[in-house]
Design a protein around this ligand. Sequence first.
Ligand code: FES
Ligand SMILES: [Fe+2]
Length: 413
Amino acid sequence: MLSREDNEKLTRIGPGTPMGNLVRRYWIPALFSNQLPEPDGAPVRVKLLDEKLVAFRDTRGRVGLIDERCPHRTASLFFGRNEECGLRCTYHGWKFDVDGNCVDLPSEPQDKDFKRKIKITAYPCIERGGLVWTYMGPPELQPDFPDLEWTKVPENHRYVTRHLQDCNWVQALEGGFDTSHLTFLHRGPETYADGVQMSLPIRYEVIPMDFGFAAGTCREGKNGATDWTCSIMLVPFHKLISTKPFGAHVWVPIDDETTMNYSVEYWPDRPLSEQDLRDSKSHHFIHPEMMPGSDHAVLNKDNDYMVDRALQKSGESYTGIKGIGMQDCSIQESMGPIADRTIEHLGMSDTVIIKLRRLLLEALHDFEAGGEPPGLDPTAYRVRSARFTLPAGRTFEEAVDELVRIKQPVFAK
Ligand code: FES
Ligand SMILES: [Fe+2]
C-alpha cells in the first residue's frame, strides 16, 4: 500500500514531474528502425513520456525526433515534407533539421537573426537492436548507450515485438516482477509448454545492485540445495527473463495511462532457430497476435481479451485467455489506468513489489536531493537473467552477483 502522494510520484512521467525527470536521464526506445525504412520517407508520430513527437529519417539517413508542433503556429509536422536534410512544415514552409535548427524560413524576409532564434525541441537518437532509442534529458548529462545484451547481438539472434497497454508503466513493470502470479494467472497449456515452474516458491529475494535489482524465486532442491530463478530489473523500466531463449521487456511510458511493452527473445551466442521463431510467433508466450498495421493486440480490453469461459471452467487454463502476454495484460489493465495503491493489502508474496517501489521511490528521493541516478554507467547493464542451484548453506545474496554478470566479449565495439 502506498500513500496517494507516493502513488502519484511513482507513476506520473509528464514533463516537469519528478519521475518524468528521472526517466528522462536514460535512453528510451522510441520506435522500430524499420518504421523509417528510407531516407526522406514518411515521418512517424511518436509519443513518449506524454510528449507528442515526430520521427523522420533525413536525406543522409540520420533519424530525427522532434516536437510534433511547428514553432511557428503549432501545425503538426506529421504532415511535413521530408526533404533535403530536414522536415518542412506544410503550412508556411518552415523547415527543421534533426538537431532542431531552423534551416529555412521562406515565409519571412531574409532575417538571419530571426531564423537563428527559432528552434524546435529535438532529442538525440541512436539505433541499437533494431530500435531507435532517444535521450530526452539535459544534453550535458547524456550518458553513453548501455551495454544491454539483446541490443548488441546480431539481428538473427533476436526477435522483438511491441504492443500498447492501456495502463500506467509502473503497473506493467510491477506485473513483470510479480513472481507469485505465475502459479495462478499463467496456469495452463502455455506454461507447461514453456517449462515455467508451477510449484509455489518457498522464498523470494530481492538484492539491490548497481543496475537495479536481482529478483530470486526459490524452490526446494535435492539434499538441502535450493533452486533459483533469477530475473533482473534494470532501472528504470527493463526486465531480463530467465527463459530459454532469454527474454526481455521494456515498459516504455507513452503517457501516464499508456505503456508500450517491447517484448524480446534472444540467444547471446547463436541465431534463433526456426522452431524458436515458430514458438515466438505462436502467441503463447510474450508476443501477442497484433491487429495488422497497429500497435494494438487482437485480444484487448474492448473484447475482454476474448476470454473463453468454457476453457476456464474446464481447468485447462486458469484464465481462459490465450497467451501469457495477454493474460498479464488483462490483469494489469483491469486495475484501471493508474492503480489505486492506497487500497491494497500486500503480503509476503509481494516482497518484490514492495522492494521495487522502494527502489524507485528511493532513487527518486536521492535524485531530487541532487544525487546521480542509478545504473547510468553503461557497463552496469552487462548482466543476464539466470537459473541456478545453490548447495545447502550458500545464500542467493552471496552468489548472485557472480552468476548474473556477463563475461563474454559480445560487447566489444
Ligand atoms: S505553422 Fe508551420 S510553418 Fe507555419
Ligand atoms: Fe505474467
